[in-house]
Unconditional design. Structure first.
Ligand SMILES: NC(=O)c1ccc[n+]([C@@H]2O[C@H](COP(=O)([O-])OP(=O)(O)OC[C@H]3O[C@@H](n4cnc5c(N)ncnc54)[C@H](OP(=O)(O)O)[C@@H]3O)[C@@H](O)[C@H]2O)c1
Length: 465
């Protein structure tokens, strides 16, 4: 048997340290050998919860099945891991030590009879690995990571940037990800469009982290199913929904009124709901649908919810834009997409996303004194129901290169949860990195066009209320 025993002290409350470590999927963020980890049983982490952890070996990988044997909140967790070559019992205890938390980590490895004679040979390397892992855990919990800036500075180029939209872009990008140990337990997060796709994946990831969610959906049957699935898979019961068709300003207005009446501070607002409309269509209120859903709706919702954002300690707004915006220049006169025969759903969509990006920058500037951080992200290309229905040919050709909804949603979750994501405002992100907002000179708008956008949206909001 080989026993590794390490301790670490971190300046974090014991509850946050326990929550981070007992969610053993975080092992992929700090353990020096863990490559991937997932929880394989539904619900809260408790006795009986299982995790699968894929670890690197000097040659190849090994998959360990972990089982929680003992769990006493803020005190101890014992996990037993099994693979073909060995089994391991991890005993992790937590103690308050002044303003610090002390973590005591003991791992006892028992090797299979065929490997046992080689134990002495492994010992030194394993001790080194144990030290490195607990150092990694302390570093993750210290949470002092800088913001990642893009590696490739210099000329703006469309093609290399677009190649990063694929799942390969995500897989290269994630090599630079830092651990995300900040606690969002009990934070109130509002997400629009969470019945499917990126919104659902975001809701699931944030629910696992203990956030209180208000999900905005338009279809009651889908909303009931989503809430039921989210609650049972994450064990988080603090998830509710509000019904609203966000392309209708009357629904946006009544949603704002309802949430304001309820009065709960909003820590994070995620403007995610979206769709691509082909052919051109108008709402019953007479607004072109892309304009209504992708721009006027998040404008009115965010402006309307600003008093609740201001009530939070460190509020954040996250606008979901699209790489399609790189092809479009802000032109306020075209935002209602009255192009007649020439109407294209993709162009209409990209125009509204470009305008939402400009709005992100303008809000960030104007709301800095209120302490509201406003950022945008684009998810690359992710295989969601939206892409399946609106872009079937694109999906057919690109399928092998599309990201999963979870990969597409990763930066939304990071913008909502990571400490360092609250340090900048008015930026565009892809894969947790700040990206350029223009890749072509011809898409740069003038200062006059930006202020025209603000006037236009303010007028439109008044005339449709
Ligand atoms: N997937 C990508 O590759 C990609 C790329 C760039 C940007 N984006 C952006 O990412 C966001 C999420 O996209 P997705 O791919 O996850 O799309 P999705 O699978 O179609 O999901 C969109 C969500 O928005 C909701 N929604 C649509 N219209 C609505 C309305 N009028 N009122 C209320 N909710 C409405 C949908 O609800 P229903 O289920 O009721 O339809 C659904 O929950 C969008 O803003 C999209 O523009 C996606």
């Amino acid at each position: 048997m080989i026993v590794l025993h390490e301790t670490a002290e971190v300046a974090r409350p014991i509850g946050e340290v326990f929550a981070y470590v007992s969610d053993f999927t975080t092992t992929a963020e700090w353990d020096s050998t863990a490559l991937r980890a997932r929880q394989t049983t539904p619900g809260d982490v408790t006795v009986g919860t299982e995790f699968e952890v894929v670890c690197a070996l000097p040659v190849g990988t090994v998959t360990l099945q972990y089982h929680v044997e003992t769990l006493e909140i803020d005190d101890i967790i014992v996990l037993r891991g099994v693979c073909n070559f060995f089994h391991v019992t991890d005993t992790i205890t937590f103690r308050k030590s002044g303003r610090q938390t002390k973590v005591d980590y003991k791992a006892m490895f028992t090797f299979s009879p065929a490997i046992r004679p080689l134990e002495g040979f492994f010992k030194v390397g394993m001790e080194k690995m144990g030290r490195k892992s607990v150092e990694g855990l302390a570093c993750a919990l210290e949470d002092q990571f800088p913001l990642s800036l893009p590696e490739r500075e210099g000329r703006e180029k469309l093609f290399p940037e677009v190649s990063l939209f694929t799942r390969l872009g995500y897989h290269f990008g994630r090599k630079r990800f830092h651990p995300m140990s900040a606690s969002i337990k009990g934070q109130h997060i509002v997400i629009t469009g969470s019945s499917a796709g990126l919104g659902y994946a975001t809701a699931k990831a944030l629910a696992r982290r203990g956030a209180h969610l208000t999900l905005v959906m338009r279809d009651k049957a889908k909303a009931d199913a989503a809430i039921e699935a989210l609650q049972s898979s994450t064990g988080n019961k603090e998830i509710r929904y509000e019904l609203a068709d966000l392309s209708l300003m009357r629904d946006v207005e009544s949603l704002v009124k309802k949430l304001r009446r309820r009065g709960h501070a909003i820590d994070v607002l995620i403007n995610n709901a979206g769709a691509l409309f082909n052919p051109r269509a108008e709402t019953i209120e007479g607004l072109e649908k892309s304009f209504a859903l992708l721009l006027l709706s998040p404008y009115r919702l965010t402006e309307g919810l600003k008093p609740l954002l201001k009530k939070a300690t460190a509020p954040r707004v996250i606008n979901i834009v699209s790489g399609g915006m790189y092809t479009q220049k802000l032109d306020v006169d075209t935002l209602q997409n009255d192009d007649g025969e020439k109407y294209s759903g993709s162009i209409a969509y990209a125009r509204e996303k470009r305008a939402l990006m400009v709005l992100t920058e303008e809000w960030a500037r104007a709301w800095a004194e209120d302490g509201i951080v406003v950022n945008a992200m684009h998810p690359g290309w992710a295989d969601t129901p939206g892409v399946q229905s609106a872009l079937p040919e694109f999906r057919c050709v690109m399928r092998a290169l599309l990201r999963s909804p979870e990969e597409g949603a990763d930066t939304i979750v990071w913008l909502a949860a990571a400490r360092e994501a609250g340090l900048v405002s008015g930026k565009l992100f892809l894969d947790r990195e700040i990206r350029k907002t223009h890749l072509l000179k011809k898409t740069r708008e003038s200062v006059a066009e930006r202020s025209k956008l603000l006037d236009f949206l303010s007028d439109k909001a008044d005339t449709t209320s």
